[in-house]
Design a protein around this ligand. Structure first.
Ligand code: GLC
Length: 717
């Protein structure tokens, strides 16, 4: 909240600043900072990526590492992994780690978290995002922002808004109707601001309904400032501004870009000249500076509390332990026939760990989420660390990953290259012939090793050659001929444990033949240890899918026709019918539904009771752990409108959830709540949510397609 004292202090500073000095504060003066005004004690604003940890130090004016050898930091689980915990406290813990490490590395703004809706499984940055569902995002982003900012660092939630593809991301015009924006694409950002107290937000590269997000008055002033009362800083994505007047008159406060011609930025010399000529108002510039100074005041960079600003710290044991805890909670058990899992940690026989992802590190890829990890425990290391030297653990890559895989080419370069240029770069990087030969050799070695082992653990999936900024996947297929290898391993060893380590869903033609399947998103520096802990029963898995795992793309409305991956314009013709909202309504067969995940124990739901006071509803039920081991269950509450009106509405929508710990045999009560907004739809005419009276079925479930308890209530306006 604004306060009198700070506003008066800020106004006095503005009166003392020259035009030149104010201009220097509203655009990049290096790639990741703005100009200071030393004489008035106004420091530079230092930005840093990213969502998975504080990025390596960059050169001031060249998109390249500064070759700093002290910028290794804690490598956190990606936002998809954090969301898979369905535990807002876990999101808070990672926010605290990220904020404390950012402060420790001398940063003022951490460019995270990314919270765009996972509209299509092909979006290259889905690993950086949380969910296909706005309510999951709202409940995870608020504690994350609050905990980041407790360290006197600004969170910078991104990318506002509707940035759900990477193809032609700087120019694609995203066409979305108002209702869909307010019900699906905006809620995470609104919650970060209204409940999280967000200090900064990043405009998206794309155009939205014809206007570039970073210079759209309707979006930045109309929605953020006027509708939501946002008084923090709005920063452009790096290269998201294309016009001085538009940037000056929209509510954008800081322009950042990837070039070193800092004085040629749109909000630099040309802005100054237009103010001097009277074409643009200096008051508009003052407003930008006011927002920047307000954030600096809140961060204790200026003002009477300067001396008490937190110092931060990075690479601490606490941070590593917190990262391990969240990584453990993020792992999702998707299949476990014949209770093949957990494996016996005391096993002393021959274990084959097959698949290049068992020994691959991922921290150094993905685009702006890349970072120098202090360390990264791979699945193979995690398994070896857990079993010690007594078991015979042998590794075979099983498939060949081309050396010049996109992950190794500068992500910034690739994100501005055409597909043809990219192919040329890639093909120049490895011999196609050699690849074929190696592929055959790795395959044969892997099958032979499986034949000569007691237990086979396959670890495959994707890498940042596919889950990467600036690029969308062409399909959901597993690369490197993994399907053929998995099928061969399952023929050889039907009890093969299959693990997918990836940032987005894949087709799994072999799924019917696999008795076990474990899924891990890129889970950070302790990811391999967390995975081993789940495989060998040290941890009872409690991850749940925060996105639907489709069988293939045929069922996805977001990739049909004009909807996805086009360079000029994409139309979100599916409207609010995104993810499970579409698949559950149309009963599309999927591999695994939204909210799904298994455990090494079972849970029984009972005793549903509903208390209603108008539109305030309290839903109670009992959950019992009927198995032999303790575990954590995520109880989900979906709301299903019973009447079909003229408005298209999903068959049900997630409105609340809670994660609880239960000892073996324990029963606990879970209380979930609903408010008026949970029975409302956005009315574009009234520019507000409107209550939709009628009958609603309240559904308590363990997944969107595993509803355990139901009750119908009536809502009257
Ligand atoms: C990128 C990304 C954004 C990142 C910024 C700075 O292009 O879109 O997420 O924070 O530039 O690296």
């Amino acid at each position: 909240m604004k306060n009198e004292v700070s506003e008066k202090y800020i106004d006095s500073l503005i009166l003392s600043l020259s035009l030149e000095e104010k201009i220097g504060m509203v655009h990049g003066n290096t790639l990741f900072s703005t100009k200071a005004v030393e004489r008035l004690g106004i420091p530079s604003l230092h930005f840093s990526d990213g969502p998975m940890g504080v990025r390596l130090e960059f050169a001031d004016n060249y998109w390249h590492s500064a070759n700093n050898h002290d910028d290794y930091a804690s490598y956190l689980p990606c936002n998809s992994a954090i969301a898979s915990t369905w535990n807002p406290k876990a999101a808070g813990h990672m926010g605290n780690v990220l904020g404390e490490e950012a402060r420790g590395r001398g940063k003022d703004v951490i460019l995270a978290p990314g919270i765009n809706i996972k509209r299509s499984p092909l979006c290259g940055r889905n690993f950086e995002y949380m969910s296909e569902d706005p309510r999951v995002i709202e409940k995870m982003v608020v504690p994350m922002v609050q905990e980041i900012q407790k360290n006197d660092v600004a969170a910078c939630v991104k990318h506002f808004a509707a940035n759900s593809q990477e193809t032609e991301r700087l120019w694609v015009d995203t066409i979305v109707d108002e209702r869909t924006l307010h019900e699906i694409y905006y809620p995470g950002f609104r919650a970060a601001i209204k409940e999280g107290g967000l200090y900064s937000i990043m405009g998206a590269y794309n155009r939205l309904n014809g206007e570039h997000c970073c210079t759209s008055k309707a979006l930045l002033d109309g929605v953020l400032r006027k509708q939501w009362g946002y008084d923090g800083v709005i920063v452009s994505d790096w290269g998201g501004v294309h016009d001085t007047t538009l940037a000056a008159e929209a509510a954008l406060d800081v322009e950042m870009d990837v070039g070193a011609d800092f004085d040629e930025y749109y909000l630099a010399n040309s802005y100054k000249e237009k103010i001097i000529s009277g074409e643009l108002s200096e008051e508009g510039l003052n407003e930008k500076v006011r927002n920047i100074l307000r954030m600096m005041y809140r961060l204790k960079m200026i003002g009477p509390q300067k001396e008490s600003r937190k110092a931060g710290r990075f690479n601490t044991k606490e941070h590593q332990n917190a990262t391990l805890d969240v990584a453990r909670e993020s792992v999702i058990l998707l299949k476990n026939e014949e209770h093949l899992l957990p494996l016996n940690p005391g096993f002393r026989g021959r274990i084959a760990v097959i698949g290049a992802n068992a020994a691959t590190i991922h921290a150094n890829g993905g685009g702006s989420a890349e970072m120098h990890a202090l360390y990264e425990i791979t699945p193979l290391m995690g398994i070896r660390m857990l079993l010690g030297g007594n078991a015979q653990v042998r590794y075979a890559p099983g498939y060949y990953v081309p050396k010049k895989q996109r992950a190794e080419i500068s992500w910034q370069a690739t994100s501005t290259m055409s597909e043809e240029e990219l192919q040329a770069t890639e093909n120049g990087g490895h011999e196609a012939a050699g690849q074929k030969h190696l592929q055959k050799q790795y395959y044969e070695e892997a099958v032979a090793l499986a034949k000569d082992s007691d237990i086979v653990i396959y670890v495959g999936g994707l890498n940042h050659g596919y889950d990467v900024e600036g690029l969308d996947r062409a399909d959901m297929k597993l690369p490197y001929e993994q399907d053929k290898l998995i099928e061969a391993l399952l023929r050889e060893k039907p009890d093969t444990i299959v693990v997918m380590y990836a940032g987005s869903p894949v087709e799994m033609s072999w799924l019917p033949d696999a008795k076990s399947l474990v899924w891990s998103y890129y889970a950070g520096m302790e990811g391999g240890k967390a995975l081993a802990d789940v495989l060998f029963g040290i941890v009872n898995p409690s991850g749940r899918l925060s996105e639907t795992f489709l069988k293939n793309l045929s069922g996805c409305p977001a990739v049909q026709g004009v909807n996805f991956g086009r360079k000029d314009k994409v139309e979100y013709t599916e409207g609010v019918m995104v993810g499970y909202r579409y698949y559950d309504t149309h009963e599309i067969p999927v591999n695994f539904c939204f909210g799904y995940g298994l455990s090494y124990t079972e849970y029984v739901y009972s005793n549903l009771s509903v208390e209603q006071d108008g539109t305030d509803v309290r839903v109670r039920c009992l959950v019992t752990n009927t198995g032999a081991v303790a575990g954590m269950e995520t109880v989900q509450l979906y709301v299903a409108p019973k009447e079909k009106g003229k408005l298209i509405r999903p068959c049900h929508e997630l409105k609340d959830f809670a994660k609880i710990h239960l000892e073996a045999g324990e029963t606990r009560e879970v209380v979930l709540t609903l408010q008026k907004k949970d029975f409302s739809c956005y009315d574009a005419e009234r520019k507000d949510f409107v209550l939709m009276s009628g009958n609603y079925e309240l559904q308590i479930g363990a997944a969107s397609r595993d509803i355990r308890l139901k009750e119908t209530i009536q809502i009257t306006g």
